[in-house]
Design a protein around this ligand. Structure first.
Ligand code: ADP
Ligand code: MG
Length: 396
């Protein structure tokens, strides 16, 4: 890898050092078993390298958005179990990422020991990028390694602030992602098509605003499309929307017009009412969403529309599921988009994001695309050429 500008794990002495390793193990589980373990598997080279060099390895990750509060559905316990299986060695677990007892455990670790900390976002200090929190956390360590590509676009304590207190370098995954993505997306060959979906409109709409002027065509699906439909005056009934972003959606639509960018929204959606197996499902036009129903997937006509729009693209970037794919009934749109990207004759196709990568895996298109990235927001920011806090803060 040639174009990585920062120090990496290869540039420092990790032998017998006590290391804080930040990874992105933000993965979903179903009753304790992980839905997709790409992010764990991709971190193996770094962990194995540290084991081979007799380091003491303390791993830190977030899961979901607990907003500074303990939440047992977002515990790292299932992650620890799975990691231990992948590594075929014991992984200790610290119930509190930061406490006197955890510091004691760390000080008694031996070479090649592995300890996974509980969800770091159980502390407000993490998302606040709190310096005191980072300093306290850094206490027992010699070095910090960032291998959390998927979180490196965030100004959070274990991505940014921590680097003020420890010598900080990149792990192999971070280095690889940046090298591959920069290669694939710097000065992207046009027409450039972007497909955006998922649920986190607060995160994605700003990135979208920045990307629109660079794109040729932008297809918006998933829950974030609901806010766009609302902005256009459609009644989306009980769908997931974020009303506080209606103005941003309008801005995106205007920006697209101004820049001659083709912004495509769903014209047909899959809607449901009721819960579990008691639910009713219908495919309807966006102007006929019945009161009390909610949109959980894009419909066939929307998929066709997106497909026709993207057919001539030379670069395609996809982040965010088209629907609530975790339920099979609403996975169709996402799987079809994955297959479409796999079958397009696009020279460069990049798929990124925790959930999006899981869909690519379900659809088995790995060999048909340029790259499947562990990061969604982070890969979009790289595409735009923006600096990522998690990379900028590492040693030169
Ligand atoms: P990624 O991790 O790939 O970047 P996000 O985290 O933004 O994607 O969003 C993924 C989530 O979006 C999935 O859990 C999926 O269920 C949800 N989602 C997609 N479409 C809808 C929808 N129409 N209604 C509710 N949730 C949705
Ligand atoms: Mg996600």
């Amino acid at each position: 890898m040639t174009n990585f500008r920062k120090k990496t794990i290869k540039d420092i002495d990790v032998n017998n050092k006590t290391i804080l390793l930040r990874v992105d193990y933000n993965v979903q589980d179903d009753n304790g078993s992980l839905l997709d373990d790409l992010r764990l598997r991709e971190s193996m080279p770094t962990i194995q390298y540290l084991i081979d060099h007799s380091a003491k390895i303390v791993i830190c990750s977030h899961r979901g958005r607990p907003r500074g509060q303990y939440n047992d559905t977002l515990s790292n316990i299932p992650v620890a179990k799975h990691l231990s299986k992948l590594l075929d060695r014991p992984v200790q677990f610290a119930e509190k990422a930061l406490s006197q007892s955890t510091k004691k455990i760390i000080s008694s670790m031996k070479s090649k020991d592995i300890l996974l900390l509980e969800n770091i976002r159980f502390y407000e200090g993490e998302t606040n990028n709190d310096l005191e929190f980072a300093k306290d956390l850094a206490g027992p360590f010699d070095l910090f390694i960032n291998d959390a590509f998927g979180a490196s676009h965030r100004e959070h304590a274990t991505i940014a602030a921590i680097t003020s207190y420890l010598p900080s370098v990149a792990g192999f995954l971070l280095e690889k992602e940046v090298a591959v993505l920069e290669n694939a997306t710097q000065n992207p060959e046009k027409p450039l098509g972007i497909i955006l979906g998922g649920a986190k409109i607060s995160d994605k709409i700003r990135i979208l605003e920045n990307l629109i002027p660079h794109a040729t065509i932008v297809c918006v699906g998933g829950a974030i499309a609901n806010t766009f439909l609302l902005a256009q005056g459609y009644d989306v009934a009980d769908s997931l929307v974020d009303e506080s972003f209606v103005d941003s959606a309008i801005k995106c639509i205007e920006l697209a017009k101004l820049n001659n960018v083709n912004l495509l929204l769903p014209d047909e959606v899959v809607v449901t009412v009721g819960q579990g197996s008691e639910n009713l499902i219908r495919t309807v036009s966006i102007d006929q969403i019945p009161a009390g129903w909610r949109v959980l997937d894009v419909g066939p006509s929307t998929i066709n529309k997106f497909m026709n729009g993207l057919i001539d693209a030379k670069t395609v970037i996809w982040n965010g599921p088209m629907g609530m794919f975790e339920q099979e009934q609403f996975a169709k749109g996402s799987i079809e988009i994955a297959n479409m990207i796999g079958n397009l004759n696009t020279p460069t196709s990049v798929i990124g994001g925790g959930e999006t990568a899981a869909i690519a895996n379900l659809a088995k298109i790995k060999d048909k695309v340029t790259h499947i990235s562990t990061g969604g927001g982070a890969s979009l920011m790289l595409l735009k050429g923006d600096p990522l806090p998690g990379i900028e803060s590492l040693m030169d």
